[in-house]
Design a protein around this ligand. Structure first.
Ligand SMILES: [Zn+2]
Length: 358
């Protein structure tokens, strides 16, 4: 692993890259599963272990952070794609995804100076906008954001699937992104059908944005995928494992019969118990790599982002309400996780000191 701008992970004696031990603990924290037993439960550790093995036994959030840091510079554009859920019960989508996308936009903007461009479907736009605003990243037009570097931008995808490939090429031509990230963005299975975590399909509206990732890969754009089930863009790296591990990975509940495991891969896959937590983990690793103990957003900001997302219509996806929950887990738990990650980074970056009685 080559890490160019890394004050922490370069061995001072040899100049070689090394991974701080804290990176393993960050992965551990963001993969602590708490999922209702009516859902596919007990799956995060097997998915994580499969992804980690496939990645050469590297800690995944750190791999994503170091990859982003090595490939992006100040004023580079980074695309962040999110948005899951549609239809009458959850018309503007869920709050897992937009919250993490906003946190990543914040970290890339305030940490590196990148211009984040959020990409989602039109019906997901309001929660994405609200989350980013709450995170301290105003979203403006692409022209204004890329010319002034004041905040980021929001781009919505066409509703017609036929238009997605040409739109993807045009977007990449226009933005020339240094990296592209998918968080809780569902990808297609081997038959090109997008499924939910339990193998259901047929949402409307829903476009498949995998062609954007295929076009980015052809151009050599570094990509990261973050998910918590195996149907999200990125899990194509371990599609066979998802089919083996998830009850509906290989056999879905729709007529296609090919399972919910996506075949869309990214350069780095980050598995987390909640997709937003994957973003929190990458943010923590960026803080480690940049040597910034204040990069991680605060618990107070974490609460604000989740609440603003909910109020804008990004619902918790278990019962489709504005209850202060994310993926069936109380909002306070996400906020507490942010506090723990922030503290881990702060302590790691302290001047080595055993105190006065050790
Ligand atoms: Zn199916």
């Amino acid at each position: 692993m080559t890490v160019a701008k890394d004050p922490v992970a370069v061995d001072e004696a040899t100049g070689d890259a090394r991974v701080p031990a804290m990176a393993d603990y960050i992965d551990r924290l963001i993969t602590v599963e708490m999922r209702n037993r009516g859902m596919p439960a007990g799956k995060i550790i097997p998915l994580y272990e499969a992804a980690r093995a496939e990645a050469g036994d590297q800690p995944l959030a750190y791999l994503a952070a170091s990859g982003l840091l090595a490939r992006t510079r100040r004023h580079d554009t980074v695309i962040i794609v999110t948005g899951a859920g549609s239809g009458p019960l959850i018309p503007k989508g869920e709050n897992d995804g937009p919250v993490g996308a906003a946190v990543l936009a914040r970290a890339l903007y305030w940490g590196i100076g990148c211009t984040p461009v959020l990409v989602c479907e039109q019906h997901h736009a309001e929660p994405v906008l609200a989350s980013c605003e709450a995170a301290g990243v105003e979203l403006r037009t692409v022209d204004l954001a890329t010319s002034t570097h004041a905040g980021g931008a929001l781009v919505t995808a066409p509703a017609d699937q036929q238009e997605i490939p040409a739109w993807s090429e045009a977007l990449l031509d226009r933005l020339q992104p240094a990296a592209i990230i998918a968080i809780e963005r569902l990808g297609p299975n081997s038959k090109g059908i997008v499924h939910g975590a339990t193998g259901l399909a047929g949402w409307d509206p829903l476009v498949d944005l995998a062609p954007l990732f295929a076009a980015a890969a052809e151009r050599g754009v570094f990509s990261v995928g973050i998910g918590d089930a195996g149907n999200e863009i990125g899990f194509g790296r371990i599609a066979d494992d998802v089919r083996r591990i998830q009850p509906h990975g290989g056999i879905c509940q729709c007529e296609c019969g090919a399972g919910m495991a996506t075949v869309t891969a990214t350069d780095v896959l980050v598995v987390a118990a909640v997709s937003n937590w994957g973003a929190y983990g990458i943010e923590a690793c960026l803080g480690l790599l940049l040597g910034k103990d204040d990069l991680q957003h605060t618990p107070r900001e974490a609460e604000r982002i989740i609440l603003r997302c909910l109020e804008a219509g990004g619902l918790e996806a278990m019962f489709c309400t504005q209850r202060y929950f994310v993926d069936g887990i109380a909002g306070e738990s996400s906020v507490s996780l942010v506090q723990l990650l922030r503290e881990m980074v702060r302590i790691y970056l302290e001047t080595p000191d055993a105190g006065v009685i050790h």
